[in-house]
Design a protein around this ligand. Sequence first.
Ligand SMILES: Cc1cc2nc3c(=O)[nH]c(=O)nc-3n(C[C@H](O)[C@H](O)[C@H](O)COP(=O)(O)O)c2cc1C
Length: 207
Amino acid sequence: MRTSRLSVPRVIVAISGASGAIYGIKALQLLRELGTYETHLVISPAGARTILEETEFTLAQVESLADVRHSYRDIAAPIASGSFAVHGMLVAPCSARTLGSIANSLGENLLVRAADVCLKERRRLVLLLRETPLHLGHIELMANVTRYGAIVMPPVPAFYTHPETVSDIAAQTAARALDVLGIPTPSLKRWAAAAEDSARALLEADE
Ligand SMILES: Cc1cc2nc3c(=O)[nH]c(=O)nc-3n(C[C@H](O)[C@H](O)[C@H](O)COP(=O)(O)O)c2cc1C
């Protein structure tokens, strides 16, 4: 684990074992490009498995994208305490199991504990919940965690940006999730720009 830099804003990125490890990876890449935040990374054992199953990245390559990597089992890590100042936390992707643990403050591992700390400290917590279809238990967990202050953001692609590759879709979703977390990144494609283009085309067609 690298030593934390003083006076640099920090953000936590967690990768749990839902499909879509690429969302967490893209978020880490965007944060590295931005260079403003010290990134703290936690990966669940199932998250490590999905990185291997779904992506071209090794676990070591993903870990190297973060400034500080924490063991999932290290419940004494700095991010397990509210006195350690962080801007917020993104769980990308968030499994149904991790959603349930966060919604019930189980704190059984560092990922869930850090998320619970964000909620108790009233810091922003964004969960890219990836499960489908959903049963009522999932929906009730989402409702509960939303009551406690988390933002549930299923990684649903936006097609108005005209993505050409899976990588485009994952990058736009990761950028949007960071935006929701309060971290705007230059690569985020916003509807305002697309709307201006289509409005201009409509005006030209009217002339
Ligand atoms: C390739 C793969 C894809 C998975 N996709 C999902 C998923 O989309 N959503 C989900 O909730 N669980 C999914 N799972 C199951 C979780 O990994 C499993 O429930 C695990 O216990 C979650 O642990 P964690 O929340 O601690 O990461 C998937 C597992 C594998 C191996």
